[in-house]
Each structure stands twice: as C-alpha cells, then as structure tokens.
Design a protein around this ligand. Structure first.
Ligand SMILES: NC(=O)c1ccc[n+]([C@@H]2O[C@H](COP(=O)([O-])OP(=O)(O)OC[C@H]3O[C@@H](n4cnc5c(N)ncnc54)[C@H](OP(=O)(O)O)[C@@H]3O)[C@@H](O)[C@H]2O)c1
Length: 342
C-alpha cells in the first residue's frame, strides 16, 4: 500500500454537507497535507474558500486535472464517483470514496476506522467509506462481534435530515417555520402540506418510516445497505440483519436501536467492557441517555441503553448514535486518510 509523508490532498464535493465537514476535520486534526485542492460542480467553480492551506479557488470537477493528487476524498454523489474516481485513481491518487458507488465491489475494501482497519491494506486505488447509518452501528457491533461472533441483528434507524445533504437541512428548517405558523393545528390534524421535494411526506414534527427509496422485496436501498455492508465490514456473509430505516426531524445524528445475537449468549458486563475498550466509541451507562443533540459535532459514537434482550433471550440490545457528517462520513474518511500516512 502506497503511504505518504505529506500528501497532496483533494476534496471532491468540497461545498457539500460532508465536503465542508471534511475540510474542517482536516484542519482540526492538522492533517499533514502538502497542498489541498477543492473541487465541486460548475455552480461553485471560481469561488474562493479560506483554509489553513491558504485561500483556495474551487475547481469544476468536469475540467479538473487529476494529476498530482495523492489522496482524493470523494463526496459528490455516486454518479460523480463512478464517472471520476477511477480516473483519479489511474492518475495516481488513492481515492477514499464516500458514496455507495463502490462499497460492494469485491476489489474495494469497505472500512470503518477502529473496526476493520486491516482491510485497507487490500486497496487497489479506491477505498470505500460505509453508509453513515451502518458506520455508527458498526462502532457498537464490531467489538461485540469480535468478542462473541455476531449471528443476527434487528436494527431500526432514526436518521437525521443532514443525511440528505444541505437540501435536507434546509427542508426541515423551512417546514418548522411553515408548521409553527399554526402549531396548535398539528394536534388536531389541521395542517397544510409544506411543499418541497426532498421527502415523500412532511418531516417537521413528524416521523417518516421510509429513508431512501424502495428497491427489492419492499425494503429501501438504505435498509439493504445495512444488510450488505454489515456483512462485508464484519467479514461474515451469514449474519442475518432485519433492518428498518426511519427519517426523523433531527438536523444531525443518526441513531440505531439494535438487538444482536451471537454465537453464544453474551452478558451486559462483557458487552460493556468490549465497548469501553473501543477507540472512537463512548459507552453511556448509569442512566445517561445519548441523543442526537449530544452526538452532533463530536467524533465519538455514543452507545447507551445497554441491556440483555428479554423477548428472545441471550442477546444484547442497545442504542448507538453518531454524527452522520463526522464519523458517518467525513471523519471516517479522514481517519482512513491518516492510515495512509507513514
Ligand atoms: N450527508 C451524509 O450524512 C452522508 C453520509 C455518508 C455519505 N454521504 C454521501 O456523500 C455524498 C455527498 O453528500 P452530501 O450530504 O455532502 O451532499 P450535498 O450537501 O448535497 O453536497 C453535494 C456535493 O457534491 C457536489 N456536486 C453535485 N453535483 C456535482 C457535479 N455534477 N459535479 C461536481 N460536483 C457535484 C456539490 O457541489 P455544488 O455545491 O457545486 O453543487 C456538493 O459539493 C453523497 O454521495 C452522499 O450519499 C452523505
């Protein structure tokens, strides 16, 4: 695996919810980049961003020259990754791709930092960053799987609107204003649709039991990501995952309520010990309840409500919540970039 002392870095999708977070995390962690390039669409090209590496003019991806880049952090949507990531890799960059384009490609490792870091060694130019919901869940499931072998899991997500990018956050803010104009009406069904095309139903003061789009067997693409990405990251194709993905009116922070069963029964103290030892996770016990507001803006995934399953005994139930823009996307990508440093 090619390693770098002071790599030349590019962020593709630099103006997005994830891309702007990538920039701030590179700065916070003093990433030893020799230079930084910011790339987005023609809409943003020509604008200047002030950074630790000086004032940088945003380039248009369609015309940007991929030569001279060592590490390219891609976060501009799957279509752009499919079209441009192989070209950047062929020009010599190691691409860390945040979209779903290559996650299930057998030649592309899918890596959660602090869970399956060794997989990064197998990369052939592109490394995939997992889906934001799967990522937070793996910070809890990974250590428990290592301890006792994960066999099956029921997982229900509570996903924030920033999972839909800048437009998701703008939509929630606009809908809150719309409904606040007649808030009393919400209690008696007297409301009008707020409009907007981001979600199938209103998201403010509401819950949408549909995150992503329906694909096979009545499950959404987000739900299938939880199934397939869990198996690939943990390296066990037989893990049975029963997923439901729900969108909630939260700005940042994807939560997952999960119950997991293992090759043998697991007790709470053993699970707690494994989670306490996990770098990048915080176990909230003694009645401390982790929420999206607690997770927003921090690096660690918070894990709480740890308990032994009762309906189907022998398993562990918990709630994991992580900042989807940080550990769920930008932070993990930067952590993978750090694994590429000498
Ligand atoms: N949000 C999350 O929690 C999350 C988590 C994990 C993974 N992801 C993935 O990360 C990617 C970006 O998500 P986001 O939430 O940051 O979205 P976003 O806020 O909508 O930002 C999209 C970014 O892509 C750029 N872009 C769009 N069309 C482009 C084009 N034709 N050519 C070049 N650049 C283009 C945009 O540039 P302009 O500003 O110039 O349009 C912007 O920088 C997606 O693949 C998403 O699935 C997101």
């Amino acid at each position: 695996m090619k390693k770098f002392d002071r790599p030349h870095v590019a962020i593709v999708g630099a103006t997005g919810a994830v891309g702007t977070t990538m920039l701030s995390i590179l700065e916070e962690r003093n990433f030893p980049a020799a230079s930084l390039r910011l790339i987005a669409s023609a809409r943003s090209a020509g604008k200047t961003v002030s950074t630790q590496w000086g004032d940088i003019t945003i380039e248009d991806l369609a015309t940007a020259d991929p030569c001279g880049i060592d590490i390219a952090l891609f976060s501009a949507g799957g279509d752009r990754s499919r079209a441009f990531a192989p070209e950047f890799a062929a020009a010599g960059a190691t691409v860390i791709d945040n979209s779903s384009a290559f996650r299930m490609d057998a030649n592309v490792p899918l890596v959660v930092a602090n869970v399956n870091d060794a997989a990064i060694e197998e990369h052939l130019g592109i490394i995939a960053n997992p889906n934001c919901t799967t990522m937070a869940l793996m910070m809890a499931a990974g250590p428990l799987h290592r301890a006792a072998g994960l066999r099956s899991m029921i997982a229900t997500s509570y996903q924030s609107v920033s999972g839909s990018g800048q437009t998701g956050m703008a939509q929630l803010a606009a809908e809150v204003d719309h409904f606040n104009a007649n808030r009393d009406g919400l209690a008696v069904g007297d409301w009008t649709a707020p409009g907007g095309e981001v979600y199938a139903r209103p998201i403010a003061y509401n819950v949408l039991p549909l995150a992503g789009s329906i694909t096979a067997a009545g499950y959404t693409d987000e739900e299938w990501k939880l199934v397939h990405e869990t198996r690939k990251i943990l390296g066990r194709d037989s893990i049975r995952v029963e997923p439901t993905c729900v969108r909630v009116p939260v700005m940042v922070g994807h939560g997952i309520a999960a119950t997991m069963w293992f090759d043998r029964d697991m007790d709470v103290e053993e699970a707690a010990q494994a989670l306490r030892e996990t770098h990048g996770a915080q176990l909230w016990d003694d009645g401390k309840v982790p929420t999206p507001l607690d997770s927003a803006g921090i690096d660690d995934v918070l894990i709480g409500r740890l308990r032994r399953s009762v309906g189907h005994p022998g398993g562990i139930s918990l709630f994991a919540i992580g900042d989807n823009l940080r550990k769920g996307a930008a932070l993990n990508a930067v952590e993978l970039g750090e694994r590429l440093l000498n």
